[in-house]
Design a protein around this ligand. Structure first.
Ligand code: PLP
Length: 394
């Protein structure tokens, strides 16, 4: 009989010539289990999604309850669907008051698309500024603001009027001017290999956008919901974006994204012409109840509280002659090595020992560490011991 692995390679479109090929049967909390029952610590959280761990019982209960009511009803923005209403209400209650209007999408890339369109509509300008090594998704608009030409050149022409600055470089902020519709930036750069800018830079960025009437879009699709040690990463800098992008951990394991702005800004999408952004499934009822349950859990159990200390514990344990640097903030971290070959070997050795780590789209010489926030000190010690043993054997 043909195996699932063979079928996967044959029938499912492949996006690389060397997929991971792990076949997981079940997931719970920090752990993934394969068909043989072997467990794996998920140190990447399905790429910054499972902040509360996999299949949290409160999320499962919320989903079950919604299954008995309705699934999809109609396109976004027509019927009053209480899952979306209640989720928006809760989400906005933990955000600064300027951010008081949310548009739910299917994914992070769709949130990026919506936000770029919103900035053009609201400002009447076309200039977009993004960062080198940025990642905001893989659709055409999002690809246009990706800061890596290797992934883009074969898809050109892309969006016009997009220019790039270096994340964290103060001089580049001079490029923001009265023809710039928006600056789109990850509050903490993820796929660049976890880059953290200074508070001074982030505050000057905010000031420059305000001064030029440019919308500041902060992408926290990877960084939000406690990952950096604050509920939202912009809280580290005492600034508020004009548009906030969320996805990944937003749904507690279910697919949903959002772009959030002030009601006055978002208002341009509703007339002249109407339907400024259309989505069929955006804010799906099941994803919304899962997201609400997840956010309530993060808040009630104060899952953000220990994130900084857990990150510090990783740092104190990850000491090895081959480690050049452990970079990041909270539990959004990376281990900088010298070469991709080392990264690949360590990842494989760790997987064999039951620890899942990975690398980054724009930084293949560093290992990604982004475990569920619920990881315990004991589990951190175990995981680090496995990583160090793998490094020893290089
Ligand atoms: N923005 C950032 C910072 C991301 O890390 C990602 C995904 O990795 C995206 C946007 C795109 O999100 P999605 O894969 O849901 O389209």
């Amino acid at each position: 009989m043909i195996s699932h692995k063979e079928l996967f390679l044959l029938n499912n479109a492949q996006t690389s010539t060397s997929p991971n090929m792990l076949e997981i049967e079940r997931a719970e909390g920090l752990y993934l289990f394969d068909k043989s029952g072997k467990s794996y610590m998920d140190l990447v959280s399905g790429f910054a999604v499972s902040n509360i761990g996999h299949r949290h019982p409160r999320v499962l209960d919320a989903i079950r309850e919604q299954l008995d009511k309705y699934l999809h009803l109609t396109v976004y923005g027509e019927f009053v669907q209480s899952p979306m209403v209640l989720f928006a209400q809760k989400l906005l209650s933990v955000l600064p008051e300027q951010l008081n209007n949310v548009y739910f999408t299917n994914s992070g890339a769709e949130a990026t698309e919506g936000a770029l369109k919103l900035a053009k509509r609201y400002t009447g300008r076309s200039g977009i500024i993004s960062c080198h090594h940025a990642y905001h998704g893989s659709t055409h608009g999002a690809l246009s603001v990706m800061g890596n030409e290797d992934f883009k050149q074969k898809y050109r022409p892309l969006l016009p009027d997009v220019s790039f600055i270096t994340f964290g470089r103060l001089e580049d902020l001079e490029l923001i001017n009265a023809s710039t519709a928006c600056v789109i930036m990850e509050t903490v750069q993820g796929e660049a290999g976890i880059r953290v800018a200074s508070a001074d830079y982030m505050q000057k960025l905010r000031a420059k956008c305000t001064q030029t009437g440019t919308l500041l879009i902060l992408d926290e699709i990877q960084a939000a919901f406690g990952r950096t040690g604050k509920l939202f990463a912009f809280e580290h800098y005492n600034i508020v974006p004009d548009v906030l992008l969320l996805a990944k951990a937003l749904g507690g394991g279910m697919p949903i994204g959002a772009f959030i702005a002030n009601r006055d800004v978002m208002g341009v999408l509703k007339e002249n012409p109407i339907l400024g952004h259309i989505t069929t499934f955006g804010g799906h009822p099941v994803s919304s109840v899962a997201g609400l349950a997840s956010l309530n859990l993060i808040l009630e159990e104060n899952l953000v509280k220990d994130v900084t200390a857990k990150g510090e514990l990783f740092r104190s344990l990850l000491v090895h002659p081959l480690i050049k640097e452990v970079r990041g903030i909270g539990l959004m971290m990376c281990i900088q090595l010298d070469a991709f070959e080392q990264v690949e070997k360590v990842s494989k050795l760790c997987a064999a020992e039951g620890v899942i780590i990975d690398w980054f789209l724009h930084c293949e010489t560093a290992l990604r560490i982004a475990p569920p926030l619920i990881i315990t000190e004991q589990e951190i010690s175990t995981a680090c011991a496995v990583i160090l043993r793998a490094l020893d054997s290089l």
